[in-house]
Design a protein around this ligand. Sequence first.
Ligand code: SF4
Length: 447
Amino acid sequence: MTHSSTLLAYAGRNTPRYTSYPTAPHFHEGVNAEVYASWLRKQDLDTPASLYLHIPYCREMCWYCGCSTRATRRNEPIAAYVRTLLTEIDLVADLLPRPPRVTHIHFGGGTPTILNEDQFAAVMARLRERFSVPETTEMAIEIDPRLFTRSLAEHLSAGGINRASIGVQTLDPGVQAKINRIQPLSVVARTVDHLRAAGIANISFDLLYGLPGQTRDSCLETLEAALSLAPDRLSVFGYAHVPHMKRHQKLIATGDLPGPEERVSQAMAIAAAAQDNGYRPIGIDHYVRASDEMAALARHGKVRRNFQGYTTDQAGFLFGLGASAISKLEAGYAQNTPDVKAWTKAVEAGIPATARGIELTREDRLRGEIIERLMCELEVDIDAVAARFSAPFELPDLTDLEADGIILRDGARITLANDCRMLARIVAARFDARLPHSTAGRHSISV
Ligand code: SF4
């Protein structure tokens, strides 16, 4: 058993979340519209694709928000955004050699359910027109339960949505007041009822710990209330306080934030309670029912990690649509500008709105695979990964992690110790060749 002071010493360090490798701070402006267009033209379409559509609008800002979004009370900016999104779907489809087969579609934000029924139907129709979207495609959407109706649930279902991820975060009224997100359990329960009644049976909840005023007990009370609604999956994230990057987070009183010790205690309490209630842990922060597809994939080492976190998506590449959206192609990562005006201007001129990205080298792919396996399975056989890439790989120095009981080593196989899964980011960082050249302060605390 790892000593709690050792856990704490590591948990307080800043590390990337490793939803990609190389991580976003290493993207550069050399990957521009021209480069992205050339990547699209030569993309191999024999393997299936994923689509991510970003909707960067909310009705009001939650003060903890780390997403690329803005608040608006008006409907016109949303209508204009959807018009450009339809144009961007055409633009990407026109650049590809032929329509790819799409096996996963994810609507994220912001608040994708801010789209009205006609706007959502128009986007779905354009996707089906320009891409090959089989009946079996998983179509997921992020839902703000405060803005959800039975009618919208029925429209989403009719459009093909079959998975919903609900932002629950916390059900503690005191904490909700400190983050400007008032959302009683009854609102979440009503949303779940609407979804299930409309036939959208796969439901995930997002929960947060480390929020201002949150305690271990309030986290457990939220979890217990959330589990009364029987979600299929839970994603449990630590609040990342980065007011230098997200100015609205300055509205959160720093003195109200739990320290590293309390954060570790909250994360561990939630992990234990979720498992006591029959949920299987996936990676560092997901919990799924034993009957869930993700649990089955986990048994075969096939869970993947992408910008939305853990996923069953096995697609070979991803097209990101909308302001700030990131694409992952064979050649590398490309990110659209987060500036909605600049994104609109480029797309309406028939040019991809690419602002930055990175070309992938063979070494990046190899390191990315090691990091993804560590983040998903909490263990990796370095020799097996190196063999797949036909490249030798020299192990970094892991002596301290081994001596401190964070990892176990058997030759080139590295396994996180049982009580250290929350430190996977720390171990992954040892395989990140680019981290020493970035500023650790740009990343959030590891737990
Ligand atoms: S609803 Fe979601 S995306 Fe919008 S401000 Fe709140 S946390 Fe951010």
